[in-house]
Design a protein around this ligand. Sequence first.
Ligand SMILES: Nc1ncnc2c1ncn2[C@@H]1O[C@H](COP(=O)(O)OP(=O)(O)O)[C@@H](O)[C@H]1O
Ligand SMILES: [Mg+2]
Length: 221
Amino acid sequence: MIELTDVKKSFKDPATGNPVRVIDIPSFSIGHGIHAGLRGPSGTGKTTLLHLISGMTTPDSGTIRNLGTDISGLSEFARDRFRANHIGYIFQSFNLLDGFSALENVMLGMMFADKGTDRKKAEHLLKVVGLQDRMHYKPSQLSVGQQQRVCIARAAANDPEILLADEPTGSLDPKTSDEVLELLFEVSKDKILLVVSHEEEVLNRFPQKMDLSEINKGALV
Ligand SMILES: Nc1ncnc2c1ncn2[C@@H]1O[C@H](COP(=O)(O)OP(=O)(O)O)[C@@H](O)[C@H]1O
Ligand SMILES: [Mg+2]
């Protein structure tokens, strides 16, 4: 379960220094095993919300409970540990390390979790996402769709209970986009999957669709 209560987050306007409210969510939750698509136009706080849920950012006030743990009350170190063990994050911009192969990128994701690295499992996950013959390629030697598959394998590497994906199909053609969504559903069976997107075709694939503007009173657009 993911539960947000009275979560507020502002950023400073770089020009004036004044706080600008981006997130003001009185109440929002996603139950276990739910695959949810969250809609929101650009600039309305989708990425900020995922950063908050994953503990990469902290709220100004309010609580964020993941799997019963109030992560907003944890230190940065403890939040990083929690994320490594329980959350798989698929970044909009991939965040793969280019000095490392696809296999090494997946194994690096495992290093930060308590279970540690497991080469056989990393190889298996890359097979699941269809990259059995690209394991030793570096991200720059892979197509954008292939890079996104590596990200999915990396996000699934530590068997997280929660998968968060930030516009995972944003830079993909419709066919690859469909394939990537299928893979996301496959690795998140029985888990919480929250995908944010502004694309209707992506959101239509989800049994549970939500609108950020209905949840977030702080949305600017
Ligand atoms: N670090 C930051 N400093 C100042 N403003 C920010 C920062 N991060 C995000 N914002 C602002 O918050 C708003 C929401 O951003 P974001 O969560 O990235 O939206 P989305 O992912 O929906 O496009 C935008 O207006 C953006 O300018
Ligand atoms: Mg975004």
